[in-house]
Design a protein around this ligand. Sequence first.
Ligand code: PLP
Length: 385
Amino acid sequence: MIPYGHQSITQADIDAVIGVLRSDWLTQGPTVARFERAVAEYCGAAHAVAVSNATAGLHLACRVLGLGPGDLLWTSPNTFVASANCARFCGADVDFVDIDPRTYNLSPAALEAKILQAESAGRLPKVVVATHFAGQSCDMQALAQLARRYGFALIEDAAHALGGRYLDRHVGSCRHSDMTVFSFHPVKSITTAEGGMVLCNRDGLDTRLRELRSHGITRDPARMDEDSHGDWYYQQIDLGYNYRLSDLQAGLGISQLARLDQFIADRGRLAARYDAALAELPVQRPWQDPAMQSAWHLYVVRLQLDRIGKSRGEVFAALRQAGIGVNVHYIPVHTQPYYRNLGFRAGDFPVAEAYYAEALTLPLYPELTKHQQDRVIEALTKVLQ
Ligand SMILES: *Cc1c(COP(=O)(O)O)cnc(C)c1O
């Protein structure tokens, strides 16, 4: 089976991990600090805080923004469930904003319309989580303008987008947001097996992220409410978690980061090959905004089902049968049973639902060979005939 995504591991990656294994630190230590500085520098952000995974990063981002019971977080229905769950971890409520029909990202126009309704009801969001779907950035200037005008915080869920660009900067610069969260899961741009990172520019936010990452504990006398008892002394000043990344993982991350631009170039070249090969098929290819440079996490086509005469389920099953590991991103989050139990219904976000009914993710990752890609294209062509 040709999978939809796959990590790329070289001997250099293996050597980097072995090097850390032979060092004095296995858990969070100097290699994590180096990884954090390297990602912050790559993205052009002031601070980067490594965490155990992006879900933990989203949770910490919500915590440091003070999200809690009675507050509201809005996100896109076309994302992984973690983008919404982070609010529930904090006891806050979730609502969704429908997507742009071309980019499949959270729509600034739908956001503005929903804000105007919410304003009259006195129920504005405290936080908006914007997912850069498939690796293409959201329209951050439009979102940031609304965030300033209506006083909400903006978190970029950039789990798909490390290595991508918005205007002239890398995603993660936080030029138009409060924080950006990356994932280093094996199918993402680079991997640490499990892992994530939170980036920000505002001094102090990073301190709070670091405290909450490790039990709410500080060793900084300036953060304590009495004089230090000695060098062993620490204080727990908040209720935090163990959301740390290990030095082992960070060693892999640093080694992977050196190949990030190559990974993105490889993904982009394969995406362009799909674009050319699928031009005559009854599918809508992914639209690219010229202001963005996608990290090409996913290559998603929309099946023109009225022209195909088969259901998406039949197309999916036939391709899997042919050894092509197609996938579907995403089941609209508000239609999950957990969210239905909170009152959401099918029909609430029609653009995301119409997109979902036709979406199909084709295999795309740096080590996908042209030969394998040709097999995908041939199988798809045959199924759609
Ligand atoms: C992968 C992913 C996450 C979660 O990442 P983990 O590191 O597995 O916690 C969150 N949001 C989106 C959009 C993702 O694709």
